[in-house]
Design a protein around this ligand. Structure first.
Ligand SMILES: [Zn+2]
Length: 143
């Protein structure tokens, strides 16, 4: 598996899915970005939650999104809080807003992007980081 430029090393990437987030991670393992949408009122509920923050219903349907978005915010990580990531720095941690979702924003690595090219408002496209068998993380590349 090859990784995009600008991701955390596989040794520090471990998922801990729960009953609410497992469908998201099962879909990413198949390179599909899905978001939970309330079946009662249609509100996207991300991050996944037990109850709709709008109508308090529980049921959701998982809706696919093409991963086209806009960089809402970012930070550049230059200092290793844990030694295992030192060789991967600097990294860009971004918040990407996904259109058509009522404002869902995904926190993700901004990959294959030069540090001086990153700017709020730039369009972003989805890139998959295959960490290991069964574990794939959505990342974004600025375009
Ligand atoms: Zn609802």
């Amino acid at each position: 598996m090859s990784a995009p430029r600008g991701v955390l090393p596989p040794d520090v990437v471990w998922l801990a899915p729960n009953v609410f987030t497992e469908p998201f991670w099962l879909a990413t393992a198949e390179h599909r970005l899905t978001l939970p949408r309330c079946t009662s009122c249609g509100t996207y509920r991300f991050p996944p939650s037990a109850f709709c923050f709008h109508c308090r219903a529980q049921a959701v349907e998982w809706v696919e999104h093409d991963g086209t978005g806009t960089l809402y915010s970012f930070t550049i990580i230059r200092h290793a809080v844990i030694p295992d990531v030192a060789d991967a720095l600097p990294l860009i941690a971004g918040v990407v807003e996904l259109p058509g979702t009522g404002g869902v924003r995904l926190v993700a690595s901004i990959v294959d992007t030069d540090l001086d090219a990153v700017a709020i408002g730039k369009p972003a496209e989805l890139v998959w980081y295959d960490v290991r068998e069964g574990t794939t993380i959505p990342c974004f590349r600025l375009v």
